[in-house]
Each structure stands twice: as structure tokens, then as C-alpha cells.
Design a protein around this ligand. Sequence first.
Ligand code: ZN
Length: 205
Amino acid sequence: MGVASFLTTSDGEQVGNPRHLAASAGKLATAQRDLARKKRGSKRRRKAIARVAALHSKVRRQRLDGAHKAANALIRGYDMIVHEDLRIANMTKRPAQKPDGEGGFLPNRAAAKAGLNKSILDASWGVFLTVLAHKAESAGRELIAVNPAHTSRTCARCGHCAKENRLTQAEFACTACGHAAHADVNAAKNILRAGLALRRAAEAA
Ligand SMILES: [Zn+2]
């Protein structure tokens, strides 16, 4: 699961972040700022509240719709699905903030918007995994969650783990064996391998 693409499989399939969801998220951020400026008890404030509520439910609808589509595609195509443990993944994917030089962070509109987009994404992953778990159970598919630590900087071919392997957000190039791949596909392969290892350990126990 990622920010550039909503999800990437170890086979190289990508599901993008739905653009309409990002558009609604942007409108919601604007509507919330607009609401904050309205006077208490005013008619304009009531209207602004209604607009924020309408956008919230639109985002929820779009998110659920996207989750069903993405989950259906995986359930149709695979018997076993390994994914990142979201509780751990979220801690490592916060957007970078600019320090204010006094031990805190600078607030800015871009960061606030990125934060909102990020929280909407976080919620999208949560909804997606919930939908996926229900569908996997009723279709008899195996679902495994793994710790995503180091999966993005480890080479899926030789296992070499280094920060330098990750050239950019999208590119992976192993400094030990030269293996080059899309960074998310490389990470997805490591996640699959971790899931298979977990499963073997469970079978052996
Ligand atoms: Zn390598």
C-alpha cells in the first residue's frame, strides 16, 4: 500500500488512488477552512456545516466503492493475499514536516492539506482491508498481515538491505547485486515472502 499508488501487487499490478477521491478531499479541506471562518449561529455557518457533512459522506461513499472494486479484483485473482500490517505501516508513512527551529513543526496550508489527504488515505486503507477480510473469508481465501519494516529498502532478489537501494520514491536499485525494479513491486515481493515465511512457521509449529 502506498501514496503514489493505492496498492501494488508482487506481480506488478497497480491500483491507483482514485482521482475523484483526492478531488473530494481537496474540496473538503476548502469547505472545512471556510466553515472555520463563519460566525457562530449564522445562517452561513449552518450552510457551511451542511456542505462539510455532504462532502464527508461523498468521501465515505467513494472510498467504500473503491475498496470493493480493489478487493474484488484481488479475490478473483489470488488464493492467498499478503498485506502490510496497517498499524505498523502507518507509523512509517507520515508526511515529512518542516521543523520550525524551536523543536516544533511549521504549520502550513500545504502540510494541512497533505495531512488531510493522508488521513483520508489511511482511512481508505483501513476500509479496504476490512472489506478485503470479509470477502476473503466468504470466498475461502487466505489473508496474512506482515510487519512491513524494511520491505521497501530490501532487495527482493538478494536480500541486501540498505537505504541507498531506494533511489527515489519509484525506483529501486540494489547496490549489492544490481537488481533494478519499481520500488513498490520490489516491496510487494518482500511482503509476499514475509507472508510465506510466517505461514511456514505457523505450519511447523
Ligand atoms: Zn540485490
